[in-house]
Design a protein around this ligand. Structure first.
Ligand SMILES: [Zn+2]
Length: 78
């Protein structure tokens, strides 16, 4: 059986839930831990920042609502 990974923390979990992103109009497969801590995948925050502007993702970046290395301003400007 194919292993499904959480879009946010990249861990394989027994149970993943479909959750609508609050930044972009797409659906994500995420584990309970990520959903309950209200985080979004790091790549999605960057993507949303690039397409909708840094203000759109400011809160996520300031409150570090993602997993991984800090997102730098330069990553939002491409
Ligand atoms: Zn997760």
């Amino acid at each position: 059986m194919e292993k499904i990974l959480c879009y946010s923390c990249n861990k394989s979990k027994n149970k993943l839930n479909v959750r609508k992103s609050s930044l972009l109009p797409i659906s994500l497969l995420m584990c309970e831990t990520c959903i309950s801590s209200k985080i979004e995948p790091r790549w999605l925050i960057i993507l949303a920042g690039r397409s909708m502007g840094p203000d759109h993702v400011k809160e996520f970046i300031m409150k570090k609502r993602y997993i991984g290395n800090d997102i730098s301003a330069s990553e939002l400007l491409v």
